[in-house]
Design a protein around this ligand. Structure first.
Ligand code: SF4
Length: 83
C-alpha cells in the first residue's frame, strides 16, 4: 500500500500550519506527551515507510508532529502501532 488514506494532490503543509495545529492540541486540554516520548515518537515516524514529505503519515493522513503530541494517541500503522 503506497497511497495515503486522506490525501489529495495538495498535501503540503507549512511550518506555520503545523505550529497552529500543535497549539490547538495543547489548548484542547488533552494530555500532552512529555518531551522524551514526543521525540521518540517522531524519531520512529522519521524512519517509517508510511511518512511522506517529512510531515504526513499515510496511514491516517495526520501531520505526525501534531498527532504525536497527544499522549493518548497511538500510531495508526496497519501492521500495528509503532508507538
Ligand atoms: S505509521 Fe506510525 S510510525 Fe509510521 S508515520 Fe504514521 S504515525 Fe509515524
Amino acid at each position: 500500500m503506497n497511497k495515503c488514506i486522506k490525501c489529495t494532490d495538495n498535501i503540503y503543509v507549512t511550518e506555520k500550519e503545523i505550529e497552529e495545529g500543535m497549539r490547538k492540541v495543547i489548548e484542547s486540554g488533552v494530555p500532552i506527551a512529555d518531551k522524551s516520548l514526543y521525540l521518540e515518537r517522531l524519531k520512529t515516524c522519521n524512519s517509517c515507510e508510511r511518512l511522506v514529505f517529512g510531515t504526513t503519515c499515510m496511514s491516517c493522513g495526520c501531520i505526525v508532529k501534531i498527532r504525536a503530541l497527544n499522549a493518548l494517541r497511538i500510531c495508526p500503522h496497519e501492521s500495528g502501532s509503532k508507538w
